[in-house]
Design a protein around this ligand. Structure first.
Ligand code: CUA
Length: 399
């Protein structure tokens, strides 16, 4: 009994991944259904437990003679009792089935009256991160001739959505089965190979939500996470507009054009050290907002060096950076990676130290990931401290 509360996680009802703190209609409906089931189960528990306790006490052995007595005459074959027990079981199942079916229909598709207002995105699972496509948006990139041309808008690991509006999410996967779960917005739905699934969510108001892959999908399943940022209409539009632009170029160097000789010192991390600070977690939405602005100090020469290294070290084989000529599609899209609040599929706070931690030894953070196995190891990629510093500065400049 003592273990029941901690095992159920009920000590932390408003935790970042608690389904007991719904922030949208779908999650609310699902929690209501949970409570209906809970109450029915509780009634059955009390009735059966009560009868059992009554029989145990009433017919207990009171003395030596009782312990050796013949069992009393057994009652069976009473049609009234048997029919009513069957009837009660069926009734209990019907009480649960009606709202269950109703909620299945409800969570399956945006209600008809809201459908015209629904925003559409496509989420794709990869081992071990999420890609988000916005099919209704058109972004800009720069072609080989230097001309600005249209490109699809894709981002990764942080799903930014309009608050107060239904969002219809198509679910896809490129490899194994994943499961898409935003505990405070909607229950999990699997991402199946060769099969289109979908769900819809709606955030009541602007907020910042944790997401998690909820289906075992390989060694780094537990760290396959994502974040959902819901914004008011104006802020959402501002964000979209900023994202449509090709990769940002830091202001041209006023000085020599040479990187500053002194490389930044990065702190080291122990293996399973949390990737976010208490300050970040206290107000992640504010951290996300602060992340939209360029850093106060930038070293354009160092950033330019990082941009070259991105090609030299084969990063571009897997990552797209619109406008800088990189068009890889194996790994997350990075055109505006500096404006995300997290990196490594929602696992690490996006700052210089954590980004350095990630590119220095990605296998320490996400065992078995492709950047390490098929990138660093397969291609024999070696990064000097100076290379890492340049890459960190380049990626952080991509606001
Ligand atoms: Cu993807 Cu678990």
């Amino acid at each position: 009994m003592a273990a029941v509360l901690p095992l159920s996680g009920c000590f932390w009802l408003d935790g970042p991944q608690s389904t007991f703190d719904p922030n949208g209609p779908v999650a609310r409906h699902q929690m209501d259904l949970f409570y209906v089931t809970c109450w029915v189960a509780l009634v059955i528990f009390v009735v059966v437990g009560g009868v059992l306790a009554y029989a145990t006490i009433k017919f207990r052995a009171r003395g030596e003679a009782d312990e050796h007595a013949e069992p009393p005459e057994q009652g069976h074959g009473n049609p009234v009792v048997e029919m009513s027990l069957i009837g009660a079981s069926v009734l209990a199942l019907v009480i649960i089935a009606i709202p269950t079916l109703r909620e299945i229909w409800y969570s399956y598709e945006v209600p008809v009256e809201d459908k015209a207002n629904a925003y559409e995105v496509t989420a794709t699972g990869y081992q071990w991160w999420f890609k988000f496509d916005y099919p209704g948006e058109t972004a800009q990139t720069v072609d080989a001739a230097g001309k600005t041309v249209n490109a699809p808008f894709t981002t990764a690991n942080e799903l930014v959505i309009p608050a107060g509006r239904p969002v219809h999410i198509n679910l896809r996967t490129v490899d194994v089965i994943h499961s898409f779960w935003i505990p405070k917005l909607a229950g999990k739905v699997d991402m199946m190979p060769n099969r289109g699934n979908h769900l819809w969510v709606q955030a009541d108001k602007p907020g910042y939500f944790w997401g998690q892959c909820a289906e075992f999908c390989g060694e780094s399943h537990a760290v396959m996470r994502f974040r959902v940022i819901a914004l008011g209409p104006r802020e959402f539009n501002d964000w979209l507009n900023a994202q449509m632009a090709p990769a940002r170029r830091a202001a041209a160097a006023a000085g020599t054009g040479q990187p500053k000789a002194q490389f930044a010192a990065y702190r080291t991390f122990s293996r399973n050290e949390p990737g976010t600070t208490a300050k970040f977690d206290a107000s992640p939405l504010d951290s996300w907002r602060a992340q939209q602005l360029p850093a106060a100090e930038e070293d354009p020469a160092l950033i330019a060096r990082g941009r070259e290294l991105f090609a030299d070290k084969t990063c571009r084989t897997c990552h797209t950076i619109r406008g800088d000529g990189y068009v890889g599609v194996v790994g997350p899209e990075l055109t505006h990676v500096g404006s995300r609040s997290t990196i490594a599929a929602g696992l690490l706070e996006n700052n210089r130290d954590e980004l350095h931690r990630w590119i220095h030894a990605p296998n320490e953070v996400k065992p078995g990931n492709k950047m390490w196995v098929s990138g660093y190891l397969a291609n024999g990629i070696k990064l000097t401290p100076g290379d890492e510093d340049a890459l960190v500065n380049y990626l952080e400049s991509l606001k």
